[in-house]
Design a protein around this ligand. Sequence first.
Ligand code: ZN
Length: 375
Amino acid sequence: MTLAIGVDVGGTKVAAGLVDESGRIIAKLKRSTPAASPPQTEQAIADVVTELLAGHQVAAIGLGAAGFVDHERATMLFAPNLAWRDEPLKQRVEERLGHQVVVENDANASAWAEARFGAARGYRDVMLVAVGTGIGAAIIIGGELYRGRWGMAGEPGHVRVVPDGRLCGCGNRGCWEQYASGNALVAEAREFARRTPVGAMRLLQLGGGVPEGISGPEITRAATEGDPAALRCFQTVGGWLGQGLADLAAILDPACFVIGGGVSEAGDLLLDPARAAFERALTGRGYRPFAEIRIAQLGQDAGIVGAADLAREASPAPAPQTTAPSSPSSGPPGPPGSGSFIRSTSIANPATNAATAQNAAKPGTDQPAAVATTR
Ligand SMILES: [Zn+2]
């Protein structure tokens, strides 16, 4: 059993875990992030890793960090919520730690974890769309992370969907994340409450009586109760989400979209309108299968698990295991890739669920044949 350490470095916390080959977290630690100070953040990372290293044989250490990581996976070019600007993160952490580390974008790490061990297990063409404050994303094509020439691929949140639309934090107008994110959901609800206070009674009640008091959890709660105003907000935002996924499918044609991020905790409240809009908007509909649209499974652990697994892949292999590549373990909780083939840079094609069992019978596809008819 080869252990690796994954560290999820966000704007508010550093979370690290000791992760086994099946994606299970054996031990976990959390620290708050001294976000304003790069050296202190790096020390916090080194501290949690050092603590986890004690008494364990660890093959690799991976950092998944919220920001633009360069193509060499060494430098943090820009982090919106941390003080890193052109920061040689890999080198700085290695100096403090005395061990090699692999740096990856946090959305890439999460997507990797979902594709290996979570909601998109068994799929090789996957797009993760994290619907949180904004929209984060990561692309896996043919079982490999697609990073782009400079490491910055996968920012569909800033594709313009409305000419001269809402102003975005990036400086442009009409970006997708202004319509399909958690911020958009909140903006939608507050606007409605201002315009139609009577219709937004329940939302206002939960928000302490003022539109500004309404935030994501209140909207989800009201929608769960069946409140029409809250449901309408999800319809609108889910609709924008599904339309955007159809646009992404026009470019990438993935087999599976994994929807993560805070808003995904609303589950089908978000996904039902998203799927409906996706199916209405998909080009060539009727003559192609619909991609799966699923809620992320690993939650907040995805970043840790993915960073650890990516680091394991990037590190020199220890003594090979005896499991043959052609027979991955299949008993739960035995996820894919516990054999020696995980050393390759692509996702092993597991035959551990119904979808892949079908794929085994239909070589050349990575999607269950029945997908177009199941909804
Ligand atoms: Zn933007």
